[in-house]
Ligand binder design. Structure first.
Ligand SMILES: *Cc1c(COP(=O)(O)O)cnc(C)c1O
Length: 340
């Protein structure tokens, strides 16, 4: 059976044709090692974000980089602070570094920045903030982040995970909200890292390429721990070309905003409350065993994510698809509810 895969926040539009072409062309040079410094890609990202290329570090996905960040900053006896129901990699990376993760309760399914500020102690070295958050889709605005950063001592490095920044920025413009001052923080040389990836809106999750923006010295410490030649030649070429395909990204963002609005409305009409999403997925509390529900969805051919491992055993996360895929999801969803 071929499943409709709505469980990993991948884009339904696939990679940009330009990225595909660039990756195919790069295959012919795969007898050569990639550029360890990813100079072309860093230069392009630096220009795009108006920062110095020294403030950009390219990596083979944020999952890998988060592991490195945890190893560099944490050790047994120290801790990192984040929210409950956030990105699964934060606990895994913190645990692998032998440190403690303090997970602060949410407020209205969103990061509670005041509670996170209050939870930091003498042993805290990192704070992980996912904005928007995966899996709840919620956002904290630019002003709230400014205020939060004023409470952070010099001994703590803030990890501002903006994996869904393209989607969030698109929604923020539509909704008249200021999303993030993250690039300004980078230009000011603040003690924080901004994380971005090509896995989401750019459709390159399988190629493994992402980047961090931050102070040069800090990126240097991470680069020292990174494997040499970590980002493959096709991945670098694909990312470079993906940045040029603005039409493809725009289509992905438009499709997502329309699909997210439709799915939220339909779920609301079925009696479920869905927090407003700023990413390419929805969080929905089903008020029933979500793992069993996901199993029944699978039998209908649709994969969704039950959130028991996130401490939300009655909630699911579903990725926004194409209009046709969204209808397939809704049809399966209604079919299962009608059998209850
Ligand atoms: C998907 C995602 C990432 C990106 O992971 P990659 O390893 O770059 O594919 C990072 N943070 C969050 C919150 C995510 O949801």
């Amino acid at each position: 059976m071929r499943y409709l895969k709505l469980n990993s926040n991948e884009t339904p539009l696939g990679p940009s044709p330009k990225a595909l072409e660039a990756m195919r062309a790069a295959l012919a040079n795969c007898h050569l090692y990639p550029d360890n410094e990813a100079k072309l890609l860093r230069a392009k990202l630096a220009e795009l974000h108006q920062v110095d290329p020294d403030h950009v570090l390219v990596c083979p996905g944020l999952t890998d980089l988060l592991g490195i960040i945890a190893r560099v900053f944490l050790k047994p006896g120290s801790n990192a602070v984040t929210s409950q129901r956030s990105f699964v990699v934060y606990p895994a990376a913190t645990k692998a570094a032998g440190a403690e993760l303090i997970e602060v309760p949410m407020r209205d399914d969103a990061f509670d920045l005041n509670a996170i500020a209050a939870a930091m102690n003498q042993q805290t070295r990192l704070v992980f903030l996912a904005n928007p958050n995966n899996p709840t889709g919620t956002l904290f605005g630019a002003r709230a982040t400014d205020d939060f950063l004023r409470t952070v001592p010099d001994s703590v490095t803030v990890i501002l995970d903006e994996a869904y920044s393209d989607y969030a920025h698109y929604f923020a413009v539509q909704r008249g909200v200021e999303y993030s001052h993250s690039l300004e923080y980078v230009r000011e040389g603040r003690n924080l890292l901004v994380l971005r990836t090509f896995s989401k809106a750019h459709g390159l999750a399988g190629a493994r390429v992402a980047y961090a923006l931050g102070p040069k010295e800090l990126l240097h410490r991470l680069a020292e721990v990174q494997s040499i030649f970590a980002v493959s030649l096709p991945a670098q070429a694909g990312a470079l070309a993906a940045l040029d395909d603005l039409d493809h990204i725009e289509r992905a963002l438009e499709n997502n905003a329309e699909g997210a609005n439709l799915l939220s409305q339909e779920l609301l009409q079925l009696g479920f409350r869905v927090p407003q999403t700023w990413g390419n997925f929805l969080y929905c509390d089903l008020h029933q065993d979500a793992a069993a529900f996901a199993q029944r969805m699978k039998a209908e051919g649709v994969l969704i994510r039950p959130l028991g491992s996130w401490g939300a055993p009655t909630a699911i996360r579903v990725t926004v698809g194409t209009p046709g895929q969204n209808q397939t999801f809704l049809h399966a969803f209604r079919t299962i509810l009608s059998r209850d």
